[in-house]
Ligand binder design. Structure first.
Ligand code: NI
Length: 170
């Protein structure tokens, strides 16, 4: 069990552009285990390797609690296509103080490698598609606040969050 501390905004590590990782790289075992353990102990539906300190292109989406779906682990994910713009309220485990209205796409087609090193291609819709877009953004150092059109109008204090609010800069 290795629950990692989730790196918090404005830590510059969140702006890292992550690198591809070979499916045979021995570090993957710890990355995947830590992603699973950390996400399981967090109130979120997705987590990326850079949020727990690995500058590598690995994401985990877990909607099993929210929608009863099987978790998706993707190494080196590439979004092949996406469509269906919609505005949704979104948050991030690295910026827990805020939620925001963000424009995302309703469906995505994504390709990557699974944890056994096999090619994996899938189509996702709804919350699953949005979580994939959010986590792939993390691999490029992009945060959801970067996709908010107006920090003044579209940003909100998370309901029930008490404590200091960091100033946000895109
Ligand atoms: Ni996030």
């Amino acid at each position: 069990m290795a629950v990692r501390k989730i790196i918090q905004y404005p830590d510059p590590f969140l702006r890292t552009r992550c690198r591809d990782v070979s499916p045979s790289d021995p570090v993957l075992e710890s990355v995947i285990r830590d992603l699973r353990d950390t996400l399981l102990s967090s109130p979120g539906v997705g987590l990326s390797a850079p949020q727990i300190g690995y500058p590598l292109r690995v994401i985990l989406i877990d909607l099993s609690r929210a929608e009863g779906k099987m978790p998706i682990l993707l190494i080196n994910p590439i979004i092949l296509a996406m469509d269906g713009p919609r505005v949704i309220r979104e948050g991030c485990l690295s910026i827990p103080q805020y939620t925001a209205n963000v424009e995302r796409m309703e469906w995505v087609r994504v390709r990557g490698i699974d944890e056994r090193g096999r090619d994996l291609e899938l189509t996702a819709t709804g919350l699953e598609a949005i979580a994939i877009q959010h986590e792939v953004d993390h691999l490029n150092g992009v945060l959801f606040i970067d996709r908010v059109s107006s920090l003044k109008r579209d940003l909100f204090r998370r309901k029930g969050y008490k404590g200091p609010m960091p100033a946000l800069k895109k």
